[in-house]
Design a protein around this ligand. Structure first.
Ligand SMILES: Nc1ncnc2c1ncn2[C@@H]1O[C@H](COP(=O)(O)OP(=O)(O)OP(=O)(O)O)[C@@H](O)[C@H]1O
Ligand SMILES: [Mg+2]
Length: 461
């Protein structure tokens, strides 16, 4: 289906030329010659334009007033304005109101086309986000945090309370794999901002010098390579939540800029004069001790206090092993569905091993191990021989800590063994391909090829 472009232009000659041109660029074009006409198209014909290209001054009013009135009914359309020479005030107002851009008349069709394409990309991204939001709505209730221990119950109670009160910022701390990402989703999707975007940024996954432009966005020409205007993640999260994962990795300079933006709820895109206002709830997560970082001078104290108005700490799994009794059956059931297996029995020896292991990788490690076991299972019992918890491996000289146990009794084919080795290396490298490649003395490319061959999951790096 073609996307719709609504053109509002009273000069018939220009209007028709634009309509002809954009129809050839794969747009479903609707042309309105004045605002009443545009209103009718939107209300009666129920069109849902991806982009609206509008003249500023129309016979029956100013298009900016029209934008202001229609903003709530068209939250995911982008607007571009055609302005007369020198109407600076109008252009500034247009951007304040959230227009994508404006362009002075007369303008070349090629330039205009580039602008329309940029606006279309931006509107599509917003729509995708909205669609994902509605899919997540039912999945992330407070019950998604599984576990019967007092510690987990306390966290669940806190989440229930927080879903009824609006908060501006909150810090989640906990070791790797304890559920910081999950808790963020629960907070967002069970709170009042649930139908608004949740935007995530992992501060450790992005090179330091790109982090600022990712967060704040930039104007075309702000730096070499900035060809088009880019809306930053803070802006994309407007009215919703921004999740800054691994905040401890952010450098001090950017921490200062973030603090200013968070306090004022406005900022400038890189290379821009105009302030953009945003309304965002900020959730940050870290597996580091932020207070210690403050003491060491690696994290700004003022930012720490601003972000940690509320604090949720998730204890490591080894401090709440009772949760295994709920987590394991749930993960087994999930994996059964995914792999088409029917594991129904979990032998007591399996429980014994699970409950005496210290789980350095926490719930993520548990889930990965269960996934591996179910994949290799035959019959209806959980295969204890595939648990292979690091301190519980069958004793074979040299295999205790760094090696692994592979039975050569005919139960596994060479193909299975390769898969098992890859899986184990990925597990130990926290799903990082480069780390796993190092363990197997392979290149990253070889590793990636083999991992894909076996349809194994891994993190992009
Ligand atoms: N209490 C829980 N109940 C059910 N699933 C959980 C629970 N805690 C964590 N999980 C699951 O475990 C996995 C790891 O959790 P998550 O990614 O949220 O950890 P994290 O703390 O963000 O880790 P990292 O610091 O490495 O980013 C996810 O699949 C998550 O859904
Ligand atoms: Mg995480």
């Amino acid at each position: 289906m073609k996307d719709t472009l609504l053109i509002i232009e009273d000069e018939a000659l220009l209007g028709n030329e634009l309509a002809r041109f954009f129809s050839k660029q794969q747009w479903e074009v609707r042309l309105a010659t004045h605002l009443t006409n545009a209103r009718q198209l939107l209300n009666e014909s129920q069109i849902d334009p991806l982009v609206i290209l509008s003249d500023m001054n129309l016979p029956d009013g100013n298009a900016l007033d029209f934008l202001e009135q229609s903003k709530t009914s068209l939250p995911n359309s982008e607007w571009i304005f055609l302005t007369g020479y020198g109407s600076v005030t109008d252009s500034v107002r247009a951007l304040r109101l959230g227009a994508y851009d404006f362009i002075e008349k007369p303008c070349g069709l090629d330039r205009l086309n580039m602008l329309v394409e940029g606006a279309a990309r931006s509107a599509r991204a917003q729509r995708r986000l909205l669609q994902e939001t509605s899919q997540h709505f039912n999945r992330y209730t407070t019950d998604a945090l599984v576990g019967r221990s007092q510690k987990t119950k306390a966290v669940r109670d806190m989440l229930k309370q927080l879903s009824n009160v609006p908060f501006s910022s909150l810090v989640i701390t906990g070791e790797t794999g304890t559920g910081k990402g999950l808790i963020t989703r629960i907070l967002h999707y069970s709170g009042s901002r649930a139908s608004k975007p949740l935007v995530e940024l992992n501060c450790a996954a992005i090179p330091k010098d790109l982090l600022e432009s990712e967060l704040f966005g930039y104007e075309a020409g702000a730096f070499t390579g900035a060809k088009k205007r880019h809306r930053g993640l803070l802006e994309q999260a407007d009215t919703g939540t921004i999740f800054l994962d691994e905040i401890g990795e952010m450098d001090l300079n950017l921490q200062g800029k973030l603090l200013k933006a968070v306090e004022e709820l406005r900022f400038r895109r890189l290379g821009s004069e105009t302030m953009v206002e945003v309304d965002v709830q900020i959730i940050t997560a870290t597996n580091r001790d932020l207070l210690q970082q403050v003491k060491n001078g690696q994290f700004r104290e003022d930012l720490y206090h601003r972000l940690s108005v509320l604090n949720i700490h998730i204890p490591p799994l080894r401090e709440r092993l009772e949760d295994l009794r709920d987590l394991v059956p749930q993960f087994v059931a999930d994996c059964n569905i995914k792999s088409g297996k029917q594991i129904k029995i979990i032998p007591e020896t399996v429980w014994e091993q699970l409950e005496t292991y210290d789980w350095p990788g926490n719930i993520r490690e548990l889930r990965n191990i269960i996934e591996r076991c179910i994949l290799l299972a035959e019959g209806d019992a959980f295969p204890v021989q595939w648990l292979q918890l690091p301190n519980k491996r069958p004793a074979i000289s040299g295999a205790e800590n760094t090696g692994m146990y592979i039975p050569l009794d005919g139960t596994l084919s060479l193909h299975d063994i390769e898969k098992l080795v890859l899986q184990e290396a990925l597990l130990r490298a926290n799903n990082n391909v480069t780390g796993a490649a190092r363990m197997l003395r392979a290149t990253r490319e070889t590793m990636r090829y083999r991992v894909q061959k076996h349809h194994l999951k891994y993190d992009q790096d």
